[in-house]
Design a protein around this ligand. Sequence first.
Ligand code: ADP
Ligand code: MG
Length: 444
Amino acid sequence: MLNPKAATTELLQTPHSSNEILCIKGVRRGFSKAQEDLLVLDDVNLTLREGEIVGLLGRSGSGKSTLLRIIAGLIQPTDGHVDYLGKPLSGPAEGVAMVFQTFALFPWLTVLQNVEAGLEAQGVGANERRQRALAAIDLIGLDGFENAYPRELSGGMRQRVGFARALVVDPTLLLMDEPFSALDVLTAETLRTDLLDLWTQGRLPIKSVLIVTHNIEEAVFMCDRILVLSSNPGKVIAEIQVPFKHPRNRLDPAFRGLVDDIYAKMTARRTGEIARKEGLELSSRLPEVSTNLMAGLIETLAVPPYNGRADMPEIARSLHLEVDDLFPIAEVLQHLGFAEMREGDIFLTPQARTFAEFGTQERKMMFAEHLLRNVPLAARIKKVLDERPGHRAPRVRFEQELEDFLSDNAAEETLDAVINWGRYGEVFSYNDQSEIFSLADVEA
Ligand code: ADP
Ligand code: MG
């Protein structure tokens, strides 16, 4: 323990007897946008208990960071309750520390100063600050780097500073927002293992850890319990106990089986969502997926050993894709009528099999046809261009329409996606400088 005093004071301050560290009930959060409310989190319930590492698993944009910011007291929920150590949370609470994906270090401060900065805010005296910072630096394996600046450190070492800065305040609850996702594979694994070793050896003052991730394997590797968050809006749709002891072996069949189960849960849910919606609407949010990736996945699936059908976790592993990479590609293929997802499997449609046989020009024509039939935004852009005398229209015209329904970022991403697909299918052209759509060059 970094500061033996902390635990005793805390016991005195928190007389409630349960082992609940955090309890969230019915949390909703929207972001206001003109008259519309964009609902990001809806009826989120979760409880963190002493002694556990809990994973919050969800795709990009599902509201994971928003939920973490609510728990950290940085923003408030629109609705619902957050209790920390038995009391309603109001603003940033002492004993809650956060580790960020992007490290969030002060570039002009040394490692030691960065770690001390957390304590300065709490009004800890200079001597104690120094002592505790050095202890945290030592604990996390940064010994000897006290006087280095962040720019002199590798990504892995920078994130160790991120951890030291969180640990130095003797947190009760540690929140981590995709802390390993900016690191290369080996560095990430080393950091995970080091952190788990400290945790299992009881060398951390922390009582509970909440880690946000989009990586299923990471969640199964680290967590005692995994909560799966759906997207649009974010809601906890599954809770999975991980029964394995640390250290865990990723190649263990039981480990692999659980990873597969979670994949199936996530795809089953998404297929249901899509089926209910019966196709896209004009304002549906679309992920930017390149036509190269789409064609690549179709080609891979069309030939042996898959022959048109594959287990999602298996194809993800063989192509070295994570959930966040594979799901959007599969989803767009599904929207375009080239694939279907069912219970953790992906199937090619007969059209996709034909696509795989075609040469470049035939592929473009087929893609254009599927795009115009299945993506209303593409059809709308084409229609406007057809009807206008000069066959030209500015981007801003469509962006504004989308922004009535989507956040600015989502509107931009959706339009960029459709621009790339329309260009590939030669449905329209688009000039990046002037930001103008036109039919020039496409109907030669
Ligand atoms: P995740 O961390 O799971 O990727 P986020 O919590 O960052 O997701 O974002 C969830 C959704 O909320 C996204 O669609 C994002 O655009 C939107 N969002 C997040 N913060 C804001 C904000 N301050 N204003 C408007 N929309 C926001
Ligand atoms: Mg996030």
